[in-house]
Design a protein around this ligand. Structure first.
Ligand SMILES: [Mn+2]
Length: 334
């Protein structure tokens, strides 16, 4: 049980509070941060939610009063320099804050790590509120708000519901627990339109995304008794499909959904000479150990890493590494 009272006290003794989440933000980070934003403004705090990336259009519904701002040094540096506290949601790694994190450090702002990713004990965080067993950071936000006896408003509930829905694959992944459903019930009680949120987030695929997915499906590779499915995405494929980086979100989950596949592996060629590596597991194999051995990290069944090198080399290396790990790792259930 986390010491929410101490977080409550820290918030009470702060006047100006910066909220943020990781680059390329997802539903959990944005939903958590918006829910807490609505709480903090309700209790009279001078609060801003500033992220390093552009807000993805499918999460625009969380931004009705334009409360989510994309970092701009001209607009934000003065304000940030006077902040007493920063609360960072779902970040996994401080570096994923980019310049927002640099400003927090440069101004020696007390920074709170509010997350369900494994604790990296980054010294740039003053306090850690970490619960690895939480399905989503949004579940922790719910606990915190309950601990201070807040009745959820619709705006808060929209954020919390979005966080829990996206991090549990719409209440389907193995991390889904009783509490996720209890939170959903309470969100429904205050009027969250759950099917509308689902459609907004998941049923807005672009033509480029589907074209790219078609190319991947046609070039899927299987090994290790079909338990490992892997694919790579080159910049050439991206150009041909007229796709953007965000379009690849969810592809690894999709490949993992194939019958008999236990682990999906994606290697994505960035434009800067690095490759992004993604692992998804159905639950038989723990795969963040592989990600860690490649310098990355993440959750037990959803993890990733970055690696220098061209696509073919990285793919070969990662594939070799993955197959060694899968043959060594006792399956999770044994
Ligand atoms: Mn999360």
């Amino acid at each position: 049980m986390l010491d929410w009272k101490s977080l409550h006290n820290t918030i009470n003794s702060s006047a100006r509070i910066l909220l943020s989440t990781h680059e390329n933000p997802d539903g959990d980070g944005l939903g958590s941060a918006t829910a807490v934003y609505h709480y903090l403004t309700k209790i009279g705090k001078d609060c801003r939610l500033i992220i390093i990336s552009d807000l993805p259009k499918e999460y625009q519904f969380l931004n009705l009063d334009n409360i989510i701002e994309t970092y701009d040094s001209n607009l934000h540096d003065d304000w940030i320099s006077q902040a007493d506290l920063a609360i960072i949601f779902d970040v996994g790694d401080f570096n994923r804050l980019r310049q927002v994190g640099e400003k927090i450090s440069a101004n020696s702002i007390k920074a709170i790590n509010f997350d369900h990713h494994p604790d990296l004990k980054d010294k740039r965080f003053s306090d850690n509120y970490i619960q690895i067993t939480a399905a989503a950071t949004g579940e922790m936000v719910y606990d915190f708000l309950k601990s201070v006896n807040v009745n959820l408003t619709l705006a808060m509930a929209n954020g919390i519901y979005t966080a829990v829905m996206t991090d549990t694959g719409s209440f389907c992944y193995s991390n889904t627990n009783q509490k996720c459903h209890q939170i959903a019930i309470e969100c429904l009680d205050v009027g969250v339109n759950t099917s509308q949120i689902y459609q907004t987030v998941y049923e807005n695929r672009t033509a480029g995304q589907v074209k790219l997915l078609a190319g991947i499906i046609n070039n899927l590779n299987f090994s290790d008794n079909h338990e490992l499915a892997w694919f790579s995405i080159s910049q050439k494929m991206m150009k041909n499909a007229n796709a953007i980086n965000k379009d690849i979100d969810g592809f690894s989950d999709f490949v993992r959904s194939i019958q008999g596949v236990e682990v999906a592996l994606m290697v994505f060629e960035n434009t800067n000479g690095t490759c992004r590596i993604n692992f998804r597991s159905k639950g038989k194999y723990i795969i963040n150990t592989i990600a860690k051995s490649l310098g990355g990290g993440g959750h037990k069944f959803a993890a990733g890493a970055m690696k220098n090198g061209d696509l073919e080399d990285v793919l070969n290396d990662v594939l070799t590494e993955t197959r060694i790990h899968l043959s060594k790792i006792d399956s999770n259930f044994s």
